[in-house]
Ligand binder design. Structure first.
Ligand SMILES: [Zn+2]
Length: 169
């Protein structure tokens, strides 16, 4: 499902169907309570995954002090440019868990969006990762892999039980 919000045309959100499709004649406690249906079998509430995709642009330089200048240039290529260079990143954040029968949601997508914006996007978008982000400024190489680790650790503080390992391009 694409977001139709005109204020954030670059964002997408999607809701996948619950992974466990139930036979039609099975009604969970969740369905019974939510929709007033007779309960014939007691199963856990359905699980769903909420996804948000964010795009951002950042500059960085990859240069290992454990390698020679020639080795750095050979291994990291354009990412070893002495004056930094930029990438466009796509970040997908998946939150997975049971649907709360009181709200019909796994998490509040508005809260998730604000958390991503405040905790991640404001730090990395149009920034120099190696100079502006304390996590990388201490010497951790700003590879895509480590960027995913940074984002995951940051968001896991807020969505400890539901955050799915990240996908990033
Ligand atoms: Zn690069």
């Amino acid at each position: 499902m694409s977001c139709t919000c005109k204020h954030t045309p670059h964002l997408q959100q999607s809701v996948r169907r619950p992974s466990s499709s139930l036979p039609n004649d099975h009604v969970t406690k969740y369905h019974a309570r939510t929709f007033g249906l007779p309960r014939r079998i007691c199963l856990p509430p359905p699980i769903a995954t909420i996804s948000r995709i964010e795009k951002f642009s950042s500059a960085h330089r990859l240069h290992s002090p454990h390698l020679t200048d020639e080795e750095n240039a050979q291994i990291f290529g354009k990412c070893n440019h002495v004056n930094f260079h930029g990438h466009n990143y796509t970040l997908q954040v998946d939150v997975r868990g049971p649907i709360d029968p009181r709200t019909g949601m796994v998490v509040n997508i508005t809260d998730l969006k604000k958390c991503i914006q405040d905790s991640v996007m404001s730090l990395v978008d149009h920034r120099n990762l190696d100079l502006d982000v304390p996590y990388f400024a201490q010497g951790i190489p700003s590879t895509t892999e480590n960027l995913a680790v940074f984002v995951y650790r940051t968001l896991a503080k807020h969505y400890r039980n539901t955050l799915v390992p990240l996908a990033m391009d």
